[in-house]
Design a protein around this ligand. Structure first.
Ligand code: IVH
Length: 673
């Protein structure tokens, strides 16, 4: 059958090709700290090769990248032969393949007796570099990189600079102890390092892993020390006298010796608990203090680990559940400048569409011209784009090595690209603004904001319809929306009968939105949902807010000087007065104060600081309000609780000073429960 042998030949060719490609990328990744493709792209090639080798076992080769680990050591370091091979981990990418892995384990183990100890331990898979550490009589005598798994590089002087790693073990250390761990950089240290490099005019590292690799393999250990590398230990290889019967016992013993163990290492009694851990970590990922690329699931009982053993490359008793890559490379096509509703000119990177963090991205804000310069971006650069969890997409920086000389610098325009007015820059401000009071971009931006979900939530009026109405000359401000007539809409080609009734229906519903939503919709500088709620509660109607003197505004709890001044001056402008009058004439209720729901938290007042892993701050506020709680923007004597997320702001210090009760995320979730 010619078809079958053609297929076979093609498969063989592809197998050889994939091995070549993967070897090249192994070298780039392990020895040169300069990966050229994303981890996800590498994984895809790796899986393709693995499947081909499974389908055609006759192509198998001992030196295939599926059978080997990493790359040989570079000449700059002396060679360190590992006592036991440093293995890698097999990957799974879904709950289904996790189950398949577990079924494979069970086939070997037979009917798994539900041991007293939990079946699994799950840990974050730290995106760093493996390290093998040797302690003799409690003293750290050797640190070695993974290398090719058999022989690594001796980086002992560098490892001795790791602040979190004891040089001498505590308690009663064994005479001989070999452990494995992961060296990495905390996000804050990575950011600080890149800022320092930028200040010195040097290109930044593309990601924390590359930066950690660079720091660990410095010939001058003083440079390693300056870079604040961190480490967690994730495996006990050999020890004289320590004989744990489970991984959890092993990490307890290692922690007792003073070794750093990941604080999120967790027992999981069954596969459902493992899946729940993965889901939780996926949600927490953006707020973790270091990068992870998945979860490592380890069978806990040492007896079961021994029974399952390992392949040439990886243990069978552990698996890496990989999370989707949050970084990818793409080409920066252009930088466009967009004018926001307050006139701020923001450069946006427009790049070739790229799939990252579960969605396709093609645009990301660059904030201001200084950010473009700080990141060292040139038009035409290959750039690294990231999207961590539901966090806003970001251009991390250029891949400088891939420049070919055709790249061009970006020049910030001096005039508004929409209305042509010369842009202004206030001293001390990073952004330029368009001062044009008639600038269509600003007017339209204000209308879109007014209709948006966080403000008046006018359905069927997203970005496109306001633009059509504006271009047709039917609206000049958002208040004009409430004067639209079906007949004039019918004249627009894009408005059919159904969409006319949808739009008019949505506007009718919006006429009775609560006052705080209306206040947000006005787009007064510094007035967000919390300040709007405080104003609505204090004054009860828009006309009363508009008439309020400074003293009355300053007396509102949770409103500082800056917001009070902004509100005061907003309502002193004739355009604002006209706007409010036109809303009123259009039938918009100006005095509907949100009724507070009664519930378990009635009478309690909350302030939220930092970010929560389980939900956004808006959602947290809604959850508290739904139970009758009140959420304000700043801590005062009447605050019942401060909810403290990760990276809390100055509110925490204020709460401590006032003796306000605080709730961490777990306490907050328990309260909602
Ligand atoms: S356990 C026998 N636990 O991931 C190998 N590895 O992709 C057992 N890694 O080589 C490894 N975090 O360098 C383990 N919590 C963790 C880890 C972890 C990161 C690294 C490790 C390993 C690589 C495999």
């Amino acid at each position: 059958m010619p078809g079958a042998s053609d297929d076979r030949q093609q498969a063989q060719q592809r197998t050889l090709e994939l091995r070549g490609i993967l070897r090249h990328h192994d070298q780039q990744y392990h020895s040169r700290e300069a990966p050229e493709i994303s981890d996800a792209a590498y994984d895809a090639l790796f899986q393709e090769l693995k499947q081909l080798e499974q389908r055609y076992p006759e192509f198998a080769a001992a030196d295939s990248p599926t059978q080997t680990v990493g790359a040989a050591p570079a000449a700059a370091f002396s060679v360190a032969r590992h006592g036991q091979r440093l293995l890698s981990l097999d990957n799974v990418f879904s709950d289904e393949s996790l189950l398949e892995w577990w079924q494979r384990c069970q086939r070997t183990l037979g009917e798994v007796a539900l041991a007293e100890q939990p079946l699994f331990v799950c840990e974050p898979k730290i995106d760093g570099l493996s390290i093998a550490l040797l302690y003799k009589n409690g003293r750290l005598v050797r640190g070695a990189t993974r290398g090719d798994g058999e022989v690594g590089e001796d980086v002992t002087p560098n490892v001795l600079t790791l602040a979190g790693l004891p040089r001498t073990l505590r308690g009663n250390p064994p005479a001989w102890l070999e452990v494995r761990g992961e060296v990495f950089l905390f996000k804050r240290d990575f950011d600080a390092l890149n800022e320092k490099l930028a200040a010195e005019g040097k290109p930044p590292f593309a990601n924390a892993r590359n930066a950690a690799a660079g720091a660990l393999r410095q010939k001058d250990a003083n440079i390693t020390r300056e870079r604040s590398l961190a480490i967690y230990v994730h495996g006990l290889v050999a020890a004289v006298g320590l004989e744990p019967s489970s991984y959890s016992e092993a990490i307890e013993q290692l922690a007792a010796l003073g070794l750093p163990i990941h604080p999120l290492a967790t027992h999981c009694a069954d596969l459902d608990a493992v899946k729940a851990f993965v889901a939780r970590l996926r949600a927490q990922r953006p707020s973790l203090d270091h990068e992870i690329d998945g979860v490592v699931v380890k069978l806990n009982a040492v007896a079961q680990q021994v029974e399952l053993g390992a392949t040439a490359k990886a243990p069978r008793w552990a698996v890496a559940y990989k999370l989707p890559a949050e970084q990818a490379r793409t080409k920066l096509r252009e930088i466009i400048v967009s004018i926001g509703r307050s006139g701020v000119a923001t450069p946006f990177a427009v790049f070739e569409p790229v799939f990252v963090g579960g969605v396709t991205l093609s645009i990301a804000s660059l904030h201001n011209e200084f950010e473009v310069a700080r990141k060292g971006l040139l038009l035409g650069d290959t750039v690294i784009v990231q999207r961590a969890g539901d966090v806003i997409p970001e251009v991390v920086g250029p891949v400088v090595e891939l420049r070919d000389g055709s790249e061009r610098p970006f020049v910030m325009p001096s005039h508004c690209p929409v209305c042509g007015t010369q842009l202004e820059q206030q001293p001390g401000e990073a952004q330029r603004r368009c001062p044009g009071s008639e600038c269509p971009a600003q007017t339209l931006g204000r209308i879109v904001h007014f209709c948006s979900r966080g403000a008046m939530n006018v359905e069927h009026l997203g970005d496109v319809r306001p633009q059509q109405l504006f271009d047709a000359g039917l609206i000049r401000t958002a208040a004009d929306l409430f004067h639209l007539q079906a007949e004039e809409l019918a004249k627009l080609p894009s408005f059919k009968q159904k969409s006319i009734s949808n739009v008019l229906g949505a506007l009718e519903a919006a006429r009775s939105r609560p006052l705080d939503r209306l206040l947000v919709g006005l787009g007064i500088r510094h007035v967000g949902p919390q300040a709007a709620l405080a104003l609505a509660d204090a004054f009860g109607s828009l006309l009363a807010v508009a008439a309020a003197p400074m003293e009355a505004l300053l007396a509102v709890e949770g409103l500082g000087q800056v917001i009070a001044e902004s509100v005061h001056s907003f309502f002193r402008r004739s355009s604002s007065v006209e706007f409010v009058e036109r809303l009123r004439a259009g039938g918009v209720r100006l005095d509907r104060v949100k009724e507070r729901s009664e519930g378990t938290l009635s009478g309690k007042s909350f302030v939220i600081t930092g970010s929560l892993a389980a939900m956004s701050r808006e959602r947290a506020q809604a959850e508290l309000e739904a139970r009758g709680g009140k959420v304000t923007g700043s801590v005062s004597k009447s605050t019942s609780f401060l909810v403290v997320g990760s990276e809390p702001g100055t509110k925490l210090a204020k709460a401590q000073k006032l003796g306000t009760a605080t709730l961490d995320e777990a306490g907050f979730l328990a309260l909602l429960d």
